[in-house]
Design a binder for this molecule. Structure first.
Ligand code: FES
Ligand code: FES
Length: 167
């Protein structure tokens, strides 16, 4: 295990949303804080900071990951996609519409993390992979919606061809 001196900074290069970013950072910097404070990508929210609430979920090499549980220096060559990256995708308008029309958010704090996980799960579902939506949503604490609207939004997205399983 590498030991670092107090206040030491190390160079990192991270691929985020298709861009390469170079920074000097403290080795203990969490990926969630790197995204928010170094890159200004504040769509990744931070709630519990210990892997429970799901607000900080991002895609790491295409899979949902809690960015508060990862150090920025441990990312290596991994490809990171945040909610800001998804928003630029042509398919995102369908998400915006489904979440808005089905009242799938109120305060919106949990929403970026929920969208990231649902996005990935719908991709799996459209590949005929079985998706357990209870399992997907159990990774996200939403204090506002009671999850009913979120489930309706998922069903609306599935009805548009975003997957084959029931929400
Ligand atoms: S902030 Fe990462 S899981 Fe809550
Ligand atoms: S919309 Fe407020 S926490 Fe989910």
């Amino acid at each position: 295990m590498t030991r670092y001196a107090k206040d030491q900074r190390v160079p990192v290069t991270l691929a985020v949303n298709g861009h390469e970013y170079r920074r000097w950072i403290e080795p203990r910097l969490l990926l969630s804080d790197f995204l928010r404070d170094e890159l200004g990508l504040t769509g990744t929210h931070v709630g519990c900071e210990h892997g429970v609430c799901g607000a900080c979920t991002i895609l790491f090499n295409g899979a949902p990951v809690r960015s508060c549980l990862k150090l920025a220096i441990d990312v290596g060559d991994g490809q990171i996609t945040t909610i800001e990256g998804l928003v630029k995708d042509d398919e995102f308008d369908a998400f915006r519409q489904a979440f808005s029309q089905n009242h799938a958010l109120q305060c919106g704090f949990c929403t970026p993390g929920v969208v990231v996980s649902v996005w990935e799960a719908l991709k799996r579902a459209s590949d005929s992979e079985s998706v357990d939506w209870n399992d997907v949503l159990s990774g996200h604490l939403c204090r506002c919606t009671g999850y009913v609207g979120i489930r309706r939004a998922i069903m609306a997205l599935q009805a548009k061809g975003g997957g084959k399983t029931e929400a």
